[in-house]
Ligand binder design. Sequence first.
Ligand code: ACO
Length: 700
Amino acid sequence: MGELTNFYNPTAVAIVGASKKPGKVGNSIVKNMIESGYPGKIYPVNPKDSEIEGLKAYPSVTAIPGPVELAVLSVPAAKVVEAARECGEKGIPYLVVITAGFKEIGKEGLDLEKELVATCRRYGMRMLGPNCVGMADTHTPINASFTRNSPLKGDIAFLSQSGATLIAILDWSRSVGLGFSKMVSLGNKGDLSEIEFIAEAAADPYTRVIACYLEDVADGARFLDVVREATRKKPVIILKSGTSQAGAQAASSHTGALAGSDLAYDTAFRQCGVIRARSLTELFELAIAFSRCPVPAGKRVAIVTNSGGPGIVATDNVEARGLTMARFTRETIDELRAGLPAEAALYNPVDVLGDGKADRYRFAMEKVLADPNVDSMVVLMCPTAVAQPVETTRAVVELQKQYPGKPILGGYLGGESMAEAVQLMAEAGIPCFTFPEPAIAAISGLVNYGQFREMPGDGNELSYPDVDKRAVKAIFYDVIRDNRLVLLGSEAAAVARAYGISAAPVSLATTPDEAVEEAQKMGYPVVLKVASPKILHKTDVGGVKVGLDSPEAVRRAFVEIMENVNLLLPEAVVYGIEVQKMMPKGTELIIGMTRDVQFGPMIACGLGGIYVNLLKDVSFRLARGLTRREIENMLAETKAYTLLRGYRGEKPADLPALVDAIGRTARLVLDFPEINEIDINPVFAYNQGLSALDIKITIS
Ligand code: ACO
């Protein structure tokens, strides 16, 4: 039972803008409500008519005698706010606003929507829409929408930001016998959004899987918190169309350029256990699989087929999807050899040959399912003249009952000759596709979700009580007073140090003598780097000199850098030259941060140095809610990880120190939303500890 239980199951519903006239939206909503079998009271509201579709109609909601729990508004946009206000006066807690003409039409509509939302807030009403088709719940049952027909009963909750997609899916679903627990057209998401509906569906006993079509996410931070919880209970599959605005932001850092436009959604979905579908087809293939199959114990897939080609396609897909082909036990192989013709392929995929009839299929499937090395099975069948699709399917259905813990999926190739068998599979609740690929994709979704659920919910966000926020604030204050948004290297290093990130000693010198003095203090050798907020890529302008091991070398380098910069970037303001202690070489890494408009800061880490953009060996996580395990996984995803673990006799890097530095970077950017971007490149990872060499921080 969630916050929206009564929204889906109200005691009485008012339809404001109900109409007698067939073909009008207000008429179809009344009809849908009646035809859905809704058990509560239905009150049509219309200023002129006293009876609509056999129901008594009322001139206004306030004239309705009893309490009303949900009002569906289908009056023109100009009348919606007033109608909502009346609903508020009547004490109605939930609204569905069908009407279009709000923020989707521009400024005027946006203002009207704000007024509508403010009206809802004033009366404590929750609203679906505006600009939506409505909602249906097959278990109440209720259909408060203007869809052409009602959904069949089922256990998939479908939330759609596109009304047209919802209508189309509903129509298609009836033709294939697919049922839904709920269908919600999210519309403009003026108040209620996918977040509330996902939370509700996760708590709903009639929903087994949550499928969403989304164009954006209303509130990234809340989405992460709520959906992370929901996915622990039920699979959430999302098709997200369009691209996030992260890519549109001018990315001056390596991290920003690497992040790209869609990465924040990918990262957010993965971090909170959402299964991402790449097409509408895949969304429903996965939804069907989750609605009908158990989550398999592992990723070992067996394939039983009557033809080689589809078996090979399936095998390729198994590998491409990160699944494995099951290796049968010796006993299984011996039994298959004894019972199948000599030409049959005994090893996975098992080929019962083109003349394989139902008994041969049954025999092979029985042996395969009994094998302890098999977690799931795909049955492929093509309609040879002698194949027995229906009889074979009967065997599949029986075996599914015997092995309820092992998902069985069909890939029935063909059409006409397979129709009856496909129908039998549907009736038995066994997902069956026309080709092998979706069956494998569905198993991959099931396996990934199973792995996610098994991962212990290491939900403790990292905390660092020793960080010095005040020091960072003071540095930012000085930078802003200096009319800058880019920190100098010495300032950035001080910020890092305040957050416990080990930064190589660095200080600013304005004359060659000062540079020598600083170098003497730190000890030779040193590196000199031009200090200018306008010069982000210093090496490119001859602004870096390394390996300076004497006062003379430092003096000479100082002058040369100044000359180079004057020549190549005469207009750049130069604050001086930074003297940095030359650190011993370590594994070169990058730690960075770029901000996404929806999901906030994203932390990156991977192979660093000058080739970061070329090699793109970087993995990302959202800073919000980042845990130690996530950071470890993040490192393990990179190729750099092989180096960090000690490549070709090298000593392994200090992984705990790296995890600590990444966690502290995440803490820093969460504490300071004014930090726009960070690149720490390179970070030298050592056998013991690490050193952040070049730190770039931009603020806003
Ligand atoms: N209270 C009660 N009834 C009222 C009120 C009121 N305050 N004011 C008017 N009405 C009645 C009208 O008299 C009319 O009844 P009638 O048919 O008996 O005359 C009824 O409400 C509807 O009013 P109309 O002025 O006839 O409006 P119409 O039905 O043409 O349009 C609608 C209303 C459908 C809400 C329209 O404004 C609209 O928004 N259409 C687009 C809907 C849409 O596309 N939504 C998004 C879906 S997503 C997708 O893309 C598929």
